[in-house]
Ligand binder design. Structure first.
Ligand code: UT7
Length: 329
C-alpha cells in the first residue's frame, strides 16, 4: 500500500487580457473624474475592456490553454474545472461547464465558485483538497471576469476601478513544495457594502430594475477600504503562521489588485520591500477574481517567482470574503 501523502501545488499558470485599453484620460471624457484623482487615490492608470462579443468564458478559455501548455497537460487529463467569477456568461449553465465544452475536457467535472474577488483563493483551496484526497489529479482553476458588463459608466465611484481579464492555474501533485496552508473567511454582515442588487431571486429583472440601474455594481468604497486594509495583512499573517513560516521566510506577495494604498499597507505590515510585492493594477485595474491569478502568471513568467520561493497569494472582496494561500514553488 502506498502511504505517501500527496501534496498539491501549481503545475502551470496562464492569463488572458482583452486588447482594448481604456485610460484614465478616456474616462475623463465620460464621467466627472481626472487622471490625477484616479492615480493618487487608487494607483490605476489604465484597464482592459472586453468587446461586446466577448464573454467571460472566452477570456477563461485562452487563459486555460496557456496554463495547460505551461503545465504540459491536455484537456483529457483534466479531472476538475473550477471557475471563480461574478460575471458568468449566464446564470446557468455554469461558466465552468461552458468552458469544459470549449476545451473538450470530457473527463472533468465542472462548477463555478462565487466569492467575488476572493474567488480564485476559494477555488484553489478546493482544488488542493480534491488533489490531496485523491478525488482529482489535475484541476483547472480559473478566475475570470468581464466586469465592464456590470459597471455603471455613469458612476465615478466605481467605473474608474474595474477591468476585464482571466487568470488560470493547473493544480496537481508536486514532488517538493506545494500549497502549505490556506486561510478562508467571510463576514456576511458587511455584504451590503459591495453588491449587484438586481437580477436575482430577491429582485428579478424588470423594467423598473433596469430603469433604476440595479444591474450594476454598487459599492461603499470607504467601508470596503477599511476592511481590506485590516484583512489583507491579517489573513497573510495567519497563513504564514499556519505554514510554519516566519515573516522573514516570505519571498514574494501576490495581492489582490484593488488599490495601491491597500497593497502598500499590507506590504509594510509584512516587512516586504516594494520589489517583493506584485503590482499590475496600474495597467489592468481591479479584475476581481481574475486579479490574483493574472498577477501570479505575470510574476512566474517574468521570473519574479522562482523554484523554491515561498509566496503568499491573498485577496479580499464582496461577501465580504477573504482568502490566502501559502505556496512554496
Ligand atoms: O475588490 C474589491 C472592490 N472594491 C475596493 O477595493 C474598493 C476599496 N476602496 C477604495 O479603493 C477607495 O475607497 C476608493 C478608491 C473607492 C475611494 O477612495 P477614497 O479615498 O476612499 O475616497 P472617498 O470615497 O472618501 O471620496 C473622496 C471624494 C468624494 O468627494 P466628496 O464627497 O469628498 O466631495 C467622492 O465623491 O472623492 C470623490 N470621488 C471622485 N472624484 C473624482 C469618488 N470617486 C471619484 C472619481 N473622481 N472617480
Amino acid at each position: 500500500m502506498n502511504t505517501e501523502r500527496i501534496v498539491a501545488g501549481f503545475l502551470g499558470t496562464g492569463s488572458c487580457l482583452p486588447d482594448k485599453e481604456v485610460t484614465n484620460f478616456d474616462l475623463e471624457k465620460i464621467v466627472d473624474t481626472s487622471d490625477e484623482w484616479i492615480q493618487t487615490r487608487t494607483g490605476i492608470k489604465s484597464r482592459r475592456i472586453a468587446d461586446e462579443n466577448t464573454a467571460t468564458s472566452d477570456l477563461a478559455y485562452i487563459a486555460a490553454l496557456n496554463a495547460m501548455e505551461a503545465a504540459g497537460i491536455t484537456a483529457e487529463q483534466l479531472d476538475s474545472i473550477i471557475v471563480a467569477t461574478i460575471t458568468p456568461d449566464m446564470s446557468f449553465p455554469s461558466t465552468a461547464c461552458i468552458l469544459q465544452d470549449k476545451l473538450g475536457a470530457v473527463n472533468a467535472h465542472a462548477f463555478d465558485v462565487g466569492a467575488a474577488c476572493s474567488g480564485f483563493l476559494y477555488a484553489a483551496s478546493l482544488a488542493k483538497q480534491f488533489v490531496e484526497c485523491g478525488q482529482a489529479k489535475h484541476v483547472l482553476v480559473i478566475g475570470a471576469e468581464t466586469l465592464s458588463k456590470i459597471t455603471d459608466f455613469t458612476d465615478r465611484n466605481t467605473c474608474v476601478l474595474f477591468g476585464d481579464g482571466a487568470g488560470a492555474a493547473i493544480i496537481g501533485p508536486v514532488e517538493s513544495g506545494g500549497i502549505q496552508a490556506t486561510d478562508l473567511g467571510a463576514n456576511g454582515t458587511g455584504g451590503k457594502f459591495l453588491t449587484l442588487p438586481g437580477g436575482g431571486s430577491r429582485m428579478p429583472a424588470s423594467h423598473e430594475t433596469v430603469d433604476n440601474r440595479l444591474h450594476y455594481i454598487k459599492m461603499d468604497g470607504s467601508e470596503v477600504f477599511k476592511f481590506a486594509v485590516r484583512i489583507m495583512a491579517k489573513s497573510s499573517e495567519t497563513v504564514i503562521e499556519k505554514a510554519g513560516w516566519t515573516l522573514d521566510d516570505l519571498d514574494y506577495l501576490v495581492p489582490h489588485q484593488a488599490n495601491i494604498r491597500i497593497i502598500s499597507s499590507a506590504g509594510k505590515k509584512l516587512n516586504l520591500p516594494d520589489d517583493k510585492v506584485h503590482v499590475n493594477l496600474d495597467r489592468f485595474g481591479n479584475t476581481s477574481a481574475a486579479s490574483v491569478p493574472i498577477a501570479l502568471d505575470e510574476a512566474v513568467r517574468t521570473g519574479k517567482i522562482n523554484k523554491g520561493d515561498k509566496v503568499v497569494l491573498v485577496a479580499f472582496g464582496g461577501g465580504l470574503t477573504w482568502g490566502a494561500l501559502a505556496v512554496e514553488f
